[in-house]
Design a binder for this molecule. Structure first.
Ligand SMILES: NC(=O)c1ccc[n+]([C@@H]2O[C@H](COP(=O)([O-])OP(=O)(O)OC[C@H]3O[C@@H](n4cnc5c(N)ncnc54)[C@H](OP(=O)(O)O)[C@@H]3O)[C@@H](O)[C@H]2O)c1
Length: 177
């Protein structure tokens, strides 16, 4: 059996702020789906990837992975955590030729997008799909969807290119000079 592209899209958002009483319960739910869900998917497909090499697991992260918002604080925690494990997967799977793609939609037209209240700037869900295809073709790790996300990426790209996608061994060596 072979599986080349797996898109981990499932996600939930609880609109919880930092002082809401049920904050911890909301975060537990979001971690279970948004973060542990990614880990379970990665583990489920690991044997196939190891056997066949290559492939492209795609993780739908979010602008909320790199910039938290007060209105949905716990969701941002879960998306930052999923971004973190996505980076670990990228590094761990690189030697077997597996391309990991981390996708950052801004507000998107969906039930979740409507709940955030950003409807006016929400992009059609099809833009997420075309960005994913473009990122796989370009063998890119970071993929930003929509103008809002692209504006965030302009400021984030120096860090992401030099640190997240950069050569950590070279940075470590420099620190020891
Ligand atoms: N909308 C945005 O503005 C936005 C922005 C950035 C990132 N994202 C991310 O984009 C992804 C898709 O979200 P969306 O906007 O399409 O949200 P949505 O309209 O609320 O849809 C969520 C999707 O996740 C599925 N899902 C939720 N819990 C699941 C579970 N336990 N097992 C399997 N499937 C489950 C739902 O399936 P059912 O319909 O069967 O419940 C649904 O297909 C999520 O990862 C979200 O965090 C969304």
């Amino acid at each position: 059996m072979d599986v080349e592209i797996v898109i981990n899209n499932a996600g939930i958002m609880r609109m919880k702020m930092a002082f809401d009483r049920d904050l911890i319960d909301a975060l537990a739910d979001e971690l279970r789906i948004n973060t542990f869900g990614l880990m379970r998917m990665a583990q489920a497909f690991a044997p196939i990837r190891q056997k066949n090499g290559g492939g492209a697991p795609v993780q739908i992260n979010s602008v909320a992975s790199v910039r938290a918002s007060a209105a949905f604080a716990t969701y941002c925690v879960s998306k930052a955590a999923s971004y973190s494990i996505t980076q670990s997967l990228k590094d761990q799977l690189a030697d077997q030729g597996t391309l990991v793609v981390s996708v950052y939609p801004g507000p998107t037209q969906s039930d979740m997008g409507t709940a955030t209240g950003f409807r006016q700037i929400a992009v059609p869900a099809g833009e997420v799909a075309s960005t994913v295809c473009g990122a796989i073709d370009a063998r890119a790790f970071h993929a930003w969807v929509g103008q809002f996300a692209e504006l965030v990426s302009e400021s984030y790209s120096v860090f992401s290119q030099t640190v997240v996608e950069g050569d950590m061994a070279a940075i470590r060596d420099k620190a020891f000079l």
